[in-house]
Design a protein around this ligand. Structure first.
Ligand code: ATP
Length: 245
């Protein structure tokens, strides 16, 4: 199905956002549909994390609008946005290192008993490697296991929209190669939309449907992921800030 015919889960229209009233992201338009994986790419400092934090309600909107499931996030507190079905895997994973894997997972549970059981089961199917680690403290897991736990904790909330900020941070490429396809699986099997910030551009493009490349706070390139993957020239130019569109 073409994205145009699917539900729009996230709509960003002319967004400006930043810190202390100073915009570091300007004029951003972006959409994520149900079942779609959208990659948000760009060099360090481009504004990707800032964008995700604003979608989650953790940074104020300075201009433009964001709607999640048709509701303006400006009118909601971060916990309300999370309860509406948005899960955010932050860059530092934000695990509770002193708690066990199981306890960390319990903190992610959301919704009614039946919904929680289903989401928990699905998360365990996606990350079977966590099963034997349930009673281990999160702080004792490897980097890859911690990332799996952070993703699983987001999935047990049964999200309709998943924001993932640099899951590959600090991980060997081989681990990233194993983890990224799970994001695709989440979108395909649960119908959730995924907005994926990733430094491994080519790996991200293999799992994404569409991509946006940001540079200096603005989108400089956007399009179909498969087509972009073949345009190394355009991608490199966009990272260097000289893409001609
Ligand atoms: P990276 O890939 O390095 O994480 P990014 O694209 O996610 O980069 P952001 O973290 O969104 O970029 O940063 C965008 C801009 O905002 C940068 O110029 C950064 O220095 C600035 N910035 C980030 N956090 C803060 C903050 N807490 N206060 C002020 N400026 C900030």
């Amino acid at each position: 199905m073409s994205p145009g015919r699917r539900d729009v889960l996230l709509n960003i229209d002319g967004l400006s956002t930043g810190y202390g009233g100073v915009a570091v992201v300007r004029g951003l338009d972006l959409t994520v549909h149900a079942g779609e994986v959208v990659a948000l790419l760009g060099p360090n400092g481009a504004g990707k994390t800032t964008t995700l934090l604003t979608i989650s309600g953790l940074l104020p909107i300075l201009g433009g609008a964001i709607t999640v499931f048709g509701e303006s996030v400006a009118a909601m507190a971060p916990y309300q946005i999370a309860h509406s079905g948005l899960a955010h895997v932050v860059e530092d994973r934000s695990l509770f290192f002193d708690l066990t894997v199981q306890e960390n997972l319990r903190l992610g549970l959301n919704g009614d008993r039946a919904g929680r059981a289903k989401a928990y089961e699905r998360a365990m199917e996606m990350f079977p490697a966590l099963q034997p680690l349930m009673s281990r403290q999160a702080g004792l897991l490897s980097g890859g296991e911690q990332q799996m736990l952070a993703m699983a904790r987001a999935l047990v909330s049964g999200p309709r929209l998943l924001l993932v900020d640099e899951m590959s941070l600090g991980l060997a490429p081989i681990i990233v190669q194993r983890l990224l396809p799970i994001v695709r699986k989440v979108a395909d099997e649960t119908g959730a939309g995924v907005l994926l910030v990733e430094q491994h551009v080519h790996m991200a493009l293999t799992v994404a449907d569409r991509a946006y490349v940001m540079s200096h706070g603005e989108v400089v390139l956007t399009g179909d992921a498969q087509k972009l993957a073949k345009r190394r020239d355009l991608l490199e130019a966009s990272y260097l800030g000289s893409a001609s569109l």
